[in-house]
Structure formats: structure tokens, C-alpha cells
Design a binder for this molecule. Structure first.
Ligand SMILES: [Zn+2]
Length: 343
């Protein structure tokens, strides 16, 4: 294949798998397989820690949580391994895997968009891929509420118990709800990116009985379309890292301790719509710190989230030293250590 030929990076990318690429480099045996992921020492910076480098087999993406602090797709991997451009990596892949060069050649229309891909090496900005999720198209947004829950008890002991100061309680407008749909619960307004309240979440104070859900959300509300605290987080400087936590109280606790650029997923997984919100509100130089709860759900979630976000921002995964820890339990000093050093 002549060097001047344009290749369609997307076609090459989707024609090969990470497993094939690792096999090509004789690396597959150095990785441990677990479910959908492969983990092992990073072959790019040649590290030794057996968990620093992860591959999602089904998504064909990789991430180095150590020195490289980088991740990407099959072509990014070849480019990094061989220290070549994405274009050269694509040409190599065509040759190595016997791909049909004609089927892989780009028409001139696609070439403009793909020039992004060529920049995706080294410290140059990441490409900003449009969302690949067709499910985003047909879901109507959550409508702003036409009412507010008033008479919420802001100084209820169940709120103070969670370590929130009166200032934080007032800022987030949370309060104990005496009657109505959220009766007996701490009501937490959820705002969309524009700051309009689209729902109230109701947190049962303390540990609920087995048949009582910890959280209650209004029927028809799609939490997968929102990121809690996004409206405030996006007012923070672009250069500050964005912290991603699971829950409302984790987000409010970090905010209270000065780490204001924080959003909560309202769960341990990231939806396609949430990914899109993050993509829209970051740039190619942005840093994101994924800080989920230190439990099985959190560990599974953060791996997937890190791999997906690494396609367009710099991602760091926060690992708590002890099992069971969560952001809500961090004191001011610990928050400053996690977020302060980089802000
Ligand atoms: Zn590495």
C-alpha cells in the first residue's frame, strides 16, 4: 500500500481487535483475563505492576492507569507501541492483518473528520469523538419541575448526622421532608446542566428496613440523563480536574470541603448520556478523577468509566486504601489531598 494513500481510520479500527493487536506483539500471554477485561503490566511504558494496564475486550479499548495515564483504541495502541502516527499505525494494521486496502480507503469527505485521529498521540489534544450512542437520539429530556418542595427542614438531625454544614445544606437546598411523596426522607433537588430543578431524590435517613429503598426517585424521571451538581461544576475553571463520584452525599461532601468541581452519577455506572455530558463540558486538556466507592460495584464501574473517558480526557482513578470507603467519609484534609494537589 503506497504511503500516500488515505486510510479510513474508522474502518481499520473496527476491523481489528485489541486481542489481535496484542497477539501481534506477542503480548497476549502476559495478560490476565477476567470477564471482559485483560490486565497486565503496561507494554508501552514497560511497567511491572500487573494491574496498571487494562483492556476491555468487547470495547477494544485500553488504558494505562500508571505512568502513561493514557488510553485509547487499537490504533492508538499501535501508534504508541511503535512511536508512529495514527496514520502510520493504520497502514501497519492493514498490512499485518491482511485487511482489504480498498475497503479501508477513505473517501475525501471522511478525511477531514479523521484528521483528528492523526493528532491523537503523545501530549497532543485528544480527538473529541461525537457520541457513538444512538440511544441518545430519541429520549426526551427531563422536564424542569413546575413546583418546589417547601417547608423542608434544613436543620433536621438526620442531615447534620451526615456531616453537612448549614451552608452546604442551604446551597444544595436539601431538607427533611415531613409530608407528601418524599415524606420521612431527606429531599435532594437534582438540577440539569442549566440549573433547573428536574426532580427531587428522597434519601431514607440511616439504614432503611429491607423492603424500603434507600433512595426514592419520582416516576418517569430518568437519572441516566443527568449528572448531579453539573450546573455548579461547569462554573469552575476549565483547568481544574472534574471529580466523578457515585452519590449525592459524596458530591456534597467534596463540595463542602472546597472540591467544587464534582459531579455524581447517582449510581456506579455511567450512562451514554452522562458520558456525553462530560464530553460536552470538558476539552482535550481536561483531567477527570474517577472516585467511586471502594466496593465491588464501584471497582467494576470505575474500570469501565475510565476506559470510556480516556478516549477524550485524561483520566485518573482514585483508589481508596481500605475496602468499603467512599467519598462521603473523607474529611477536609483528605479531600484537599485528593483534589487540592491538582487544583
Ligand atoms: Zn503505561
Amino acid at each position: 500500500m503506497p504511503k500516500t494513500k488515505f486510510v479510513d481510520f474508522r474502518a481499520v479500527k473496527s476491523a481489528i481487535t485489541m486481542e489481535q493487536v496484542l497477539t501481534h506483539y506477542n503480548l497476549l500471554d502476559t495478560f490476565k483475563r477476567s470477564g471482559d477485561s485483560l490486565s497486565g503490566p503496561c507494554p508501552i511504558h514497560k511497567g511491572s505492576n500487573p494491574t496498571q494496564f487494562r483492556v476491555s475486550i468487547s470495547k477494544n479499548v485500553w488504558n494505562c492507569f500508571s505512568e502513561c495515564k493514557h488510553g485509547g483504541n487499537t490504533l492508538d495502541f499501535i501508534a504508541r507501541m511503535d512511536n508512529v502516527s495514527i496514520h502510520a499505525a493504520a497502514l501497519r494494521a492493514v498490512e499485518w492483518f491482511n485487511l482489504d486496502p480498498d475497503a479501508m480507503s477513505a473517501d475525501s469527505e471522511q478525511e477531514a473528520g479523521e484528521s483528528n485521529g492523526a493528532a491523537h498521540t503523545g501530549d497532543t489534544p485528544r480527538p473529541r469523538p461525537a457520541s457513538q450512542s444512538p440511544v441518545l437520539e430519541n429520549v426526551p429530556p427531563n422536564k424542569p419541575l413546575k413546583f418546589r418542595l417547601d417547608k423542608l427542614e434544613r436543620d433536621h438531625p438526620s442531615i447534620a448526622e451526615r456531616g453537612l454544614t448549614p451552608e452546604t445544606v442551604a446551597e444544595f437546598e436539601v431538607g427533611f421532608c415531613g409530608k407528601g411523596m418524599m415524606a420521612g426522607r431527606i429531599a435532594i433537588p437534582i438540577r440539569n446542566a442549566e440549573g433547573a430543578v428536574v426532580a427531587y431524590a428522597g434519601r431514607w435517613p440511616g439504614e432503611p428496613a429491607e423492603d424500603t429503598p434507600k433512595y426514592k426517585l419520582p416516576q418517569g424521571f430518568r437519572k441516566s440523563l443527568e449528572l448531579f451538581n453539573l450546573d455548579r461544576a461547569i462554573k469552575e475553571p476549565m483547568g481544574h480536574p472534574l471529580i466523578i463520584v457515585e452519590g449525592f452525599f459524596g458530591a456534597m461532601t467534596l463540595y463542602q470541603h472546597g472540591c467544587r468541581k464534582v459531579v455524581a452519577l447517582m449510581g456506579s455506572t455511567m450512562s451514554a448520556a452522562q458520558e456525553e455530558l462530560i464530553r460536552k463540558n470538558t476539552n482535550a486538556h481536561s483531567q477527570v478523577i474517577v472516585m467511586l466507592d471502594e466496593d465491588d460495584a464501584g471497582r467494576t464501574g470505575r474500570e469501565d468509566i475510565a476506559v470510556r473517558l480516556a478516549r477524550f480526557v485524561f483520566v485518573k482513578v482514585h483508589v481508596f486504601a481500605e475496602d468499603g470507603r467512599q467519598p462521603e467519609q473523607l474529611n477536609a484534609e483528605e479531600v484537599a489531598q485528593v483534589c487540592g494537589g491538582v487544583q
